[in-house]
Design a protein around this ligand. Sequence first.
Ligand SMILES: Nc1ncnc2c1ncn2[C@@H]1O[C@H](COP(=O)(O)OP(=O)(O)OP(=O)(O)O)[C@@H](O)[C@H]1O
Ligand SMILES: CC(C)(CO)[C@@H](O)C(=O)[O-]
Ligand code: BAL
Length: 289
Amino acid sequence: MPIQTLTTIDDARTFVARARAEGKRVALVPTMGALHAGHLELVRVAHQHADVVIASVFVNPLQFGPHEDLDRYPRMPKADTEQLIVLGVEAVFMPSVEEMYPDGGRSATLVTAGRLGTVLEGRSRPGHYDGVLTVVAKLFSIVRPDVAVFGEKDAQQLFLVRRMVRDLNLPLTIVGVPTVREADGLALSSRNALLSPGERQDALALSRALEAAGSAADRGVEAMLAAAQSVFQSDTGVQLDYLAIVDPATFAFAGESHHGPVQVLVAARVGTGSSNTVRLIDNLITVVP
Ligand SMILES: Nc1ncnc2c1ncn2[C@@H]1O[C@H](COP(=O)(O)OP(=O)(O)OP(=O)(O)O)[C@@H](O)[C@H]1O
Ligand SMILES: CC(C)(CO)[C@@H](O)C(=O)[O-]
Ligand code: BAL
């Protein structure tokens, strides 16, 4: 069956209603496009959980702050559709901003992420997670999938989406997919397309910091933070935004004496100047014995 390109909410609802009438399970893979092998892995996993996979491609203005990279964010709908065809995705939902937010690109009603939406990514990007959860809730309401698939690269997002589903009793299952990396460790990210070759090398600081933290796990949380921090001290092309260790079950900061699973989270800006830097995030789950 050829891929269906759905641009209106009505068309998306009609497509899903037909699939359901045929007794099919539906999976949704929400993305902002500029697809890479990380997204393709989400689609592959989605096919393991459902008969019909719908990918959404929508650069959601609500989750970008006023000085963020909304205008610069890579957009390539044609190339995205071609990749989704190769993967056998049944439909792609590519609405316009007006279709999703008819009131001038805004939404008076928001799903708020609460306190966890104001720390780490949320501290650097105020309002970001309210924008993410609001659009994800809208996508869930439009598509009504049985399953939705998200990447572990955006760890705080995955945690907050899971919590929203639990808090609001939404009738679907969230599946997380491990981060897909380049051979040298760099986490795939749509924003990598904005890096110059030199910046691409500098960006390795993030995965190297996580590796350093992982190697220090035997010596505890403080040693992990120090090991990761030292990578940024020797790296001039990268400005560290935050480096933190949380308990992956709660997202609470892990104290000095914490033992068990931990998630190391890092965010940094690559490049020089204030308007052209590229902000990247990455994380690692490991165990402090
Ligand atoms: N390297 C990756 N491995 C696995 N999943 C990923 C990876 N990169 C992104 N994803 C997931 O793809 C989904 C869509 O993300 P998005 O379209 O924002 O891409 P992105 O590469 O994260 O872009 P950005 O540069 O904005 O961070 C999210 O669930 C995200 O976690
Ligand atoms: C989940 C998402 C598609 C919502 O806009 C976005 O935050 C992303 O691409 O991770
Ligand atoms: N991948 C998360 C979407 C964002 O950075 O806005």
